[in-house]
Design a protein around this ligand. Structure first.
Ligand SMILES: [Mg+2]
Length: 267
């Protein structure tokens, strides 16, 4: 049975915010005929924005992966928690000096967006990202900076990152390590489930809440993010969550689909 409310939400939406793993692909495999589904959405004027908390890779790297599997079109864009953090710093802390615990790829994106990155131990702000090139030296420098009073921001809170064999430590695990050593926690976290990326997108696109539909497979990140922003949310059952998980954690989906491919019934 077609849900009339979902039909209206789809009709009103201009932007589909899509989580990636578990929502449009699983590892390297498309979920059903997702390429055709997204093409149908684009054909009826919907813009696709891929949202990821992973701040270790550049926008370019994600674009390449999506292009390779037929999920990226010229008008789409990828929005990472790393880029969102750079935008937030430019808006709220323009000109402040920043020490970044992050990959070289993210450093390049920060520099490109005009962030004043420094390597000394007295920055105004410290940003913790998913640093897959982490060294003990970088970790010690970060801890020294925040203990000396630098303002502490994290790109996202995920404790683990999906990986084919076992889940591997993500930025949230680094946050816990730093907390164990210093007792300090980030003053602000930008990525899902917090609303930072949504606020930035609303400003960037000059859009309203009803212009967005957030689609994802995780209740406590994707759906909770949509709830925090006031966007319509669709939980897809093609990844981590099952119907039984609803109500057991944060994140209340407005709609549930077996996979995003079922959206074609609502266009
Ligand atoms: Mg996912």
């Amino acid at each position: 049975m077609v849900n009339e409310k979902l039909k209206i939400a789809v009709k009103n939406a201009k932007y589909f915010l899509l989580d990636m793993d578990g929502t449009v692909y699983l590892g390297d495999k498309l979920i059903g005929s997702m390429d055709k589904t997204l093409e149908k959405l684009r054909k009826c004027g919907k813009k696709i924005i891929y949202l990821t908390n992973n701040s270790s890779k550049s926008e370019q790297k994600y674009q390449e992966k999506l292009k390779k599997i037929g999920l990226f079109d010229g008008d789409d864009f990828v929005y990472t928690s790393g880029i969102a953090t750079a935008e937030y710093l430019n808006e709220k802390y323009k000109g402040k000096t920043v020490y970044l615990l992050g990959t070289d790829a993210l450093k390049k994106e920060f520099v490109k967006s005009g962030i004043n990155l420094v390597e000394d131990k007295t920055p105004d702000i410290c940003v913790l990202a998913y640093d897959t090139e982490l060294t003990y030296e970088k970790l010690c420098k970060f801890v020294t900076c925040i203990k000396r009073g630098a303002y502490y921001i994290a790109t996202h809170p995920d404790v683990n990152c999906p990986h084919p064999e076992v889940f591997i430590p993500d930025a949230g695990a680094f946050i816990k390590l730093i907390e164990a050593s210093t007792g300090l926690l980030p003053a602000e976290i930008i990525g899902k489930p917090f609303g930072g990326m949504g606020n930035n997108l609303k400003k960037r696109l000059n859009a309203e809440n009803s212009d967005f539909i957030m689609v994802g497979d995780r209740l406590h990140t994707d759906i909770a993010f949509g709830n925090a922003c006031g966007f319509s949310t669709i939980l897809v059952l093609s990844g981590e969550s099952t119907v039984n998980d609803i109500g057991k954690t944060v994140g209340k989906p407005d709609f549930i689909l077996d996979s995003l491919n079922d959206i074609v019934d609502y266009i």
